[in-house]
Structures are given as C-alpha cells and as structure tokens.
Design a protein around this ligand. Structure first.
Ligand code: UD1
Length: 417
C-alpha cells in the first residue's frame, strides 16, 4: 500500500500547466460508444489517472479497442459486442453509470449494477432513471442487475428535480440518437456539460444550450468520428492554487480557463490571497490568510463541492473563524477528523463546519477517505510543521496525475513510499 510522506513548511514556487478535466473525460469517454465510425474517436489532453484506466477497462469489456499514449486516447467502438457492465467494474467507479444513456441509445439495451465511487453521501441515481424512462426506456431489476431497454428512445421534455451533473450528462448522451427533440430543464450548468456538448456536436450531434439551464437536443441518425481536446481541470487547478496559498508561496498556473474558477478565486481573495488573472492563467501570491464568514458549496457557477475539503485545509490556518456549509452532498466532511489530527480546530453541526483558525498545524499520520479529502490532507501536510504520512493514496491517484511530481517541481518535500 503506497503512502505519501510530506515534510511540511516549504513555500511552493514556480509554474505549472494543467491537464484535462477528469469530470469531462469520463462522460466523454462513455459518449465515444455513440460513434458509429470505424475510425473511432481521438481524445487529447487526457490525464493519466486511475479513473481513466478504470473507464478504459469498462469500455474494453464492451468491445472497444483502447490505445493510450502521451496523454492521447484512441477509442475504436465499431465492434461493440456487449451491453453488460460487470458488478466488479461498476463498483470501482460511480461514473460507470454514464454508460447507461449511450449504450441504450446505441444498442437498445444495457445491464448494470448500482455504481460505487467516493463515499461522500447517498448519491442515488433516481434522476438518471426517471429521465431515461421519460424517453421510453423500460428499467427493471433482475437478479441484482438493472436492466434497461428501448427499441429507440424518443425525445421528450424532462424537468430535473435537481441540476445533477451526472443525470444531465447521461440524458444528453441518451437523447442524441433519440427520435425527435428532447428538452432538459433545470439542467446542470457545469463547464463539463459544455465540453460534453461540444464533443457530441463534433461527432455530429445537434445540441444547444449547455451552460444554461435548458438543453435542447435534436436526435440524429448516427454519429461519426472526431478528434477532440478536453478542457483543463478546474478542480486540479483550484487545488494547486490553494496549495500555493497555504504555504505562503507563489504559483503561476498556465493553460487554464480562469472564468471556470471565478467562485473559487473570489473566496480565496476574501481569505486574503492575492490572485492575478489573465485570459488563460492565474497567479497566486500567498500572504496572511484570514477566515471567511460564509462559504456554501453549490452547483456551478457556485463554489464547487469538490474544492470544499481543500479550502477547509486552507481556512484551518487562517486568522479567525470561518464557516463552510456543504449543500451538494450530505456526507462530505470525512476529512474533518483527519485534519483535526494535524491540530486543526473544526467542529461540525449537520451540514455546516465551523473552523477556528490555528497558528500552526503539526505533522501526523492520517488516512485518505476519498479523492478530494486526500487533496485536503496533502495541503495540510505541506503547511504543517514536521512529517505527515498519508495512507490510502489510491483515492488521490483517481483524480490527480502523479500529484507528488507537480508539487516536488514547486519545491515541496513530498515522496511516495
Ligand atoms: C459530479 C462530479 C463530482 C462532483 C459532483 C457535484 C463527475 C464524474 N463527478 O458527480 O466530482 O462532486 O458532480 O458537482 O462529474 N442526486 C440525486 N439523484 C440523482 C443524481 C444525483 O439525488 O439521480 C444528488 C446526489 O446525491 C448529490 C447531488 O444530487 O447530492 C449532486 O450530484 P450530481 O450533480 O449528480 O453529482 P455527480 O454527477 O455524481
């Protein structure tokens, strides 16, 4: 079992480029099965992370030929021969559910089990099912599997009870080959939805409205080949901005889309961090940190729940008190106990955490419980006095490509053992 060992107390300095977004890549990889072209799909700027390899294994199990080289992924789906995703693969990653929409659209049936993934709450998939049923899919449980079928999905009007990112993406992918027009109201507005729209349209789909709360999708007869570059990962970018800030360092992030981080930059500035923006870069200049009165996670363009654990680490060493309310997931405070081992002063009541800033964190042995909790612990370890040992780092590898190499390049003392 690998661990990270961090000697804290070094200022991060330098510059980094940011690779493609995990949360764009996963639905886009799933959407590739919609392509009927023998030439397949080529994806650029793909991060070499664990979740990519799991999704690649799922696609291979369905008959896709997969090649990954130098952050470019080639997917050939002309020999799709299975509509079943094994229980073992479904459990490994929640995003396996993304295959439901595309497989239904392409093959008319799909067999899956309930998905696994980070343990940050109940994370039901009722909205995915409700939308697919509204498009004419029959969904039933059979010997522990969920079986969905439809000879051809039909366009319809869907109102999501909540702007779920995954449900919006699944339904978009289902609708592109449906008969007629689908309208999705109260859709999620995340940049990754826009990226999925752009990718599907590049393959020949007819989708408009991504980035707003109403998506309009006109079904087409088939999709072709395409070559596509995915957007930079705003969550990785945000994590690194906070890593620099927590060490009082200075970091220039290049090849990013700063507007995707507006809510994050605003909160960091409120916490006393100086941030300079250009059209495709952000530079953070660390200084004295101060607490923020209220921070609430929200669907985009609000503050992203995925950066709630990292910013909690930052606020743990800010002067004064902060409160963070987690409104997206009902159980996303598992990092709190681990941060407390490093001397953070945090108490949780319901969905709100009260953080009383401390002068110093001290190194300790901690365990990662999920992907972004892992990022929070790394940040805390970078700022702490002494040695921090973090176990269960496979969670971190799900979403960050060799995070220790990036941090070492900036002067951090972190190693994988
Ligand atoms: C995606 C992201 C994840 C991010 C989250 C919120 C990917 C691969 N993952 O996850 O990193 O934290 O968006 O920004 O893109 N819900 C239901 N019923 C459903 C679906 C969702 O009640 O059918 C609830 C969930 O339990 C949760 C909330 O809606 O409380 C948000 O979930 P959702 O937006 O669907 O997140 P994911 O797509 O799972």
């Amino acid at each position: 079992m690998e661990k990270f060992v961090i000697e804290g107390g070094n200022r991060l300095e330098g510059s980094l480029s940011i690779k493609g977004a995990k949360n764009s890549m996963l639905p886009i990889m799933a959407a590739s099965v919609l392509s009927g072209s023998s030439e397949g799909v080529e994806l650029h700027n793909i991060p070499d992370i664990l979740d990519m390899h799991v999704m690649a294994r799922i696609l291979q199990s369905l008959g896709t030929r997969v090649k990954f080289n130098d952050n470019t992924l080639q997917l050939n789906v002309d020999d799709l021969h299975s509509y079943t995703i094994s229980d073992e693969l479904m459990r490994e990653m929640r995003s396996s559910i993304f295959l439901m929409g595309p497989l239904l659209a392409r093959l008319g049936k799909v067999r899956v089990t309930y998905p696994g993934g980070c343990s940050i709450g109940l994370r039901p998939v009722d909205l995915h099912f409700k939308g697919l049923e509204a498009m004419g899919a029959r969904i039933r449980e059979e010997k522990g599997y969920i079986m969905a079928s439809a000879s051809r999905l039909r366009g319809t009007e869907i109102h999501l009870d909540y702007p779920s990112v995954g449900a919006t993406e699944n339904l978009m992918m289902a609708a592109v080959l449906a008969r007629g027009k689908t309208v999705i109201n109260n859709a999620a507005k995340e940049p990754e939805i826009v990226d999925l729209q752009n990718f599907l349209n590049a393959m020949g789909a007819d989708i408009r409205g991504a980035g707003t709360e109403t998506l309009r999708i006109v079904g087409v007869e088939g999709l072709g080949r395409c070559s596509y570059r995915i957007i930079p990962d705003r969550i990785v970018a945000g994590t690194y901005l906070m890593a620099a800030a927590i060490t009082g360092g200075r970091l220039l992030l290049k090849e990013i889309i700063p507007v995707h981080l507006d809510a994050v930059v605003a909160k960091m500035r409120e916490a006393g961090v100086e941030i300079k923006a250009t059209e495709d870069s952000l530079e953070v200049i660390g200084g004295e940190l101060k607490g923020v009165e209220t921070l609430r996670t929200l669907p985009y363009p609000g503050f992203p729940t995925d950066l709630q654990p990292p910013i909690m680490a930052l606020l743990a060493v800010a002067e004064g008190n902060s409160t963070i309310t987690e409104s997206v997931f009902e159980n996303r405070f598992k990092h709190v106990n681990e941060l407390k081992r490093l001397n953070a002063n945090i108490s949780v009541e319901g969905r709100t955490a009260l953080i009383k800033g401390v002068k110093k964190l001290y190194g300790a042995e901690v365990e990662t419980t999920d992907l972004r909790a892992g990022a929070a612990l790394i940040l805390a370890g970078l700022a702490a006095e002494g040695t921090t040992v973090i176990s269960q780092i496979k969670h971190v590898d799900r979403g960050y490509e060799r995070i220790e190499l990036d941090l070492q390049q900036l002067g951090a003392k972190i190693k994988r053992i």
